[in-house]
Design a protein around this ligand. Structure first.
Ligand code: 8DG
Ligand code: MN
Ligand code: MN
Length: 366
């Protein structure tokens, strides 16, 4: 009824960490449109306006049912005039003319194409676009362009790594990673994190977090895993980032976007039953894998941070800071009022410290 839906709407929080957002999105027609607007603004360097559209889309993703009419948006937070106008046009015409325009826009299409390459960010994409380049062929035959190691791998394995990774493939990779980790430390454990932990069926990569039984054991694991993959002839690319984490620098070096844990960004060969391409005559597929190995006492914060979604993490931190006077990042939770770090053995502990109802990983698809 109108009454019950109004009552429900009025309780939607402006913070994604106070909403339960499963993968069952009842408003995909609207959220797809809003996310294209957001992406287009990111491609133009307008991060602020882009975030507004991302937040609007995220609110709609959390709703228990589809919007039925324009009035349903009235009590929802984070929906600005622009978002409401887009929704209205979709109600009236079935699609948004602005979105159609963006999808046909040369700049949008080129930025989307270039930034889909591993190692190619927005700055590089824009640079190539401004130099008149529109296709991979043009980029690769331009003599003045020097690709770095990551971009070279990105183009070399583009066909494979631009395809989504399935849950089945993620599980097969978990066994491979586990075997390598256990060779170094038989008591260490490996868990899938990122999108697959949130219940996604497909991902652009597979994210793993490694837990060691004792603090200080994490540093040797990733270099050894990489060596093992090399010796197995399954390593196609690796970028190992040694730990720059220093507990004594908390909280000063804390609370920036990236974390300081030992981690690596890999491309590995994953054996497949069927040949991916008969002409290529190979029985493997290149897959992107991220590994992170935090110190034991930082594990829970790192797990929470690497589970995502990006908007969920962003709002957890924003909520902690603005509503609770606490600083949260992948390393720690710090209480500014008492100048103390708050301990946590589980993710539930962190939510409890923040006075938040626990949100399960599969409800964090904000
Ligand atoms: P997808 O791969 O299915 O497309 O989605 P995802 O799993 O949610 O995205 P992701 O890009 O793999 O990132 C997973 C989470 O990891 C995300 O919340 C951001 C977080 N993350 C950190 N630190 C770092 C880092 O240093 N590098 C990267 N790439 N991700 C990080 O917390
Ligand atoms: Mn991922
Ligand atoms: Mn990742």
């Amino acid at each position: 009824s109108a009454h019950s839906s109004a009552k429900q709407d009025s309780t939607v929080s402006t913070y994604a960490c106070q909403r339960r957002t499963t993968l069952n999105n009842h408003n995909k027609i609207f959220t797809d449109a809003l996310e294209i607007l957001a992406e287009n603004l990111e491609f133009c360097g307008d991060q602020g306006p882009s975030l507004a559209f991302r937040r609007a889309a995220s609110v709609l993703k959390s709703l228990p049912a589809a919007l039925r009419r324009q009035e349903d948006t009235q009590r929802l937070p984070c929906l600005g005039e622009h978002s409401k106008a887009i929704i209205e046009e979709i109600f009236e015409c079935g699609s948004s003319s602005r979105v159609e325009e963006i999808l046909n826009d040369e700049r949008y299409r080129t930025m989307k194409l270039f930034s889909s390459v591993f190692g190619v960010g927005l700055k590089t994409s824009e640079n190539w676009f401004c130099r008149g380049l529109r296709t991979f062929e043009q980029v690769l035959s331009e003599p003045s362009i020097r690709l770095n190691r990551m971009q070279t791998a990105g183009f070399l394995f583009y066909e494979d790594i631009s395809k989504p990774v399935s849950r089945t493939e993620a599980s097969a990779l978990k066994i491979i990673v586990e075997e390598a980790v256990i060779c170094v430390n038989p008591f260490a454990t490996v868990s899938i994190t990122g999108g697959f932990r949130r219940g996604k069926e497909f991902g652009h990569d597979v994210d793993f977090i490694i837990k060691t039984p004792e603090a200080g054991q994490e540093d040797v694991i990733l270099p050894a895993v990489i060596e093992r993959f090399k010796s197995q002839n399954i390593l196609l690319y690796s970028d190992l980032q040694e730990s720059t984490f220093d507990i004594r620098q908390l909280p000063t070096h804390c609370f920036d976007a990236m974390d300081h844990f030992s981690k690596c960004f890999l491309i590995v060969k994953l054996k497949c039953e069927q040949e991916t391409d008969a002409r290529a005559a190979r029985d493997w597929k290149a897959v992107r894998v991220d590994l992170v190995a935090p110190p034991l006492e930082r594990y829970t914060y790192a797990l929470l941070g690497w589970t995502g979604s990006t908007l969920f993490e962003r709002d957890l931190r924003r909520f902690a800071r603005l509503e609770r006077g606490k600083l949260l990042d992948n390393h720690a939770l710090y209480d500014k009022a008492t100048n103390t770090f708050l301990p946590a053995n589980t993710e539930e502990d962190i939510f409890a410290h923040l006075g938040l109802e626990y949100i399960e990983p599969w409800q964090r698809n904000a």
